[in-house]
Design a protein. Sequence first.
Length: 141
Amino acid sequence: MSHLYRWVSVSTLSGLNGYGLGVRSVAPPRRKVLEVLAHGKIVSPDGRATSALHDAANYDGSMTALTQLLGSMERDGLVVRDVVGKRCYEIALTESGRALAAGLGAVVEPELPEPQRNSLLALAVRVGELEARVAKLEARA
């Protein structure tokens, strides 16, 4: 699903100096999270927002690694999470996170109403599942 989110070129990153950040300051995992959340917050009524983000970002690391990354990004003021116990119900960018995502060249979308956002997220997850199936089939051939 990585084709849904464009990678950021080094020339685009040169504009980050206004944020006090250098090119090496934004690691690829953070960049992926910023790019996905730039399209809108992730809401999960059953408390699986982190899992939905993992799928939507096609995140290569473990769920634990993503949870730790989100905690770090929250401490840095880039994201906010609605967490109760071990369940995460919502993940969204802060204004600082949206500004950083825009500085990275991500297309920052206006917030969508929840039904459309959930439909789009479900579609993105399904596309990821289908891409994984196609990759398996191609590997067999």
